[in-house]
Design a protein around this ligand. Structure first.
Ligand SMILES: [Zn+2]
Ligand SMILES: [Zn+2]
Length: 339
């Protein structure tokens, strides 16, 4: 099969012909029909996350059709449509797993990091960690739900019942979560990178109640904020914007260093917290909720062989919504990411 391979961090992915994987016990084999590109993929490719499996097939927002099923992989069967998320496995036995916090499992394994992912024509996955894709979502539009949507949703839950919600960084996750937040009756304040007119416009079109540069003060106190951008300097900025008792949620897996800040920004029972990975319960809840909002995703398709361009466009902030890799020849004319 064709796959895009990371041989060493800091180098572009290489298109290669590799053996098609076989499903082992408890695994399903998917023909990949779409794999969204996540900022975490960039952190892996750029070497900001340590010790990836090498060589590695990245990608952890996989949608595909089940074409073979290993023993003990019920109830999956050939022909099913399945989604594969970042959490590829957990031990089920550590204190975190036993407490329903498998996202924090000491022995968790992650798709497209320690397990080969979806930047390929086929992928295998642990059947217990895959999700059925809600009807009504084409594969291309469903792919970003699997991480941008799931992690965004976990972050939104972590933000509590905030009525005035700040979103810092308006990319794949924020464009999904703003739809859920507005559906829940919240007001959304979108903070975009100074000078990034494209994403400011995108935020406005997606229904933000206010849009401004992230180096500007909030027009009114916020009850919570979610930081999607990997920029540590946004932590004190967001703390400054939230009112007493408010929570600042850091949604990404990697961030530049957080600068020091005066204690008064944290005083008043403000909370700074991160969100790590996902639980299967997050997936079930979010994939049940998404069609009822209904969440609509904006996607920019790229042929699999052009994964490096998709990563470059994400790194440079050139995307509107989520980049999604698809098999060669399945992009409608005129819809490609970059000409
Ligand atoms: Zn565990
Ligand atoms: Zn991700």
């Amino acid at each position: 099969m064709k796959a895009m391979i990371l041989e060493a961090p800091g180098r572009p992915l290489r298109e290669a012909e590799v053996p098609r994987p076989e499903p082992g016990p408890g695994q399903i084999l998917l023909r990949v029909t779409a794999c969204a590109v996540c900022r975490t993929d960039l952190h892996v490719v750029d070497g900001e996350l340590p010790h990836p499996r090498l060589p590695l097939i990245p990608g952890h927002e996989i949608v595909g059709t089940v074409i073979a099923v290993g023993v003990d992989a019920a109830p999956w069967k050939a022909g099913d449509r399945a989604g594969v998320p970042w959490l590829g496995g957990s031990c089920g036995e550590c204190r975190f797993c036993r407490a329903g916090r498998e996202n924090l499992c000491d022995a968790a394994r992650f798709t497209g990091y320690q397990i080969d992912g979806g930047y390929a024509e086929y992928a295998v996955a642990d059947a217990r960690f895959c999700f059925p894709i809600p009807e009504g979502y084409p594969d291309l539009q469903a792919a970003p739900l699997l991480c941008a949507g799931l992690i965004g949703y976990r972050s939104l839950v972590a933000a509590g019942d905030a009525e005035r919600l700040g979103l810092y960084g308006f990319g794949a996750a924020a464009h999904i979560i703003i739809q859920v937040a507005r559906h829940q009756g919240r007001r959304v304040f979108a903070f975009t990178r100074p000078g990034d007119a494209g994403n400011a416009r995108f935020a406005r079109e997606m229904g933000a109640d206010w849009v401004g540069d992230s180096d500007r003060p909030s027009p009114e106190p916020l009850d919570a904020a979610i930081i999607f951008a990997p920029v540590g300097a946004l932590v004190p900025a967001a703390l400054r914007a939230v009112t007493k008792g408010g929570t600042v949620v850091c949604a990404g897996i990697h961030m530049s260093d957080v600068p020091s800040f005066p204690y008064e920004l944290l005083w008043g029972e403000r909370v700074v917290r991160s969100v790590a990975n996902l639980t299967r319960r997050d997936g079930v809840e979010f994939l049940d909720l998404a069609p009822r909002v209904p969440v609509r995703t904006e996607v920019v398709p790229y042929p699999l062989a052009r994964a490096n361009e998709a990563l470059d466009d994400l790194r440079a902030g050139r995307l509107r919504g989520a980049a999604v890799l698809v098999p060669a020849g399945t992009i409608p004319p005129g819809a490609e990411g970059r000409e």
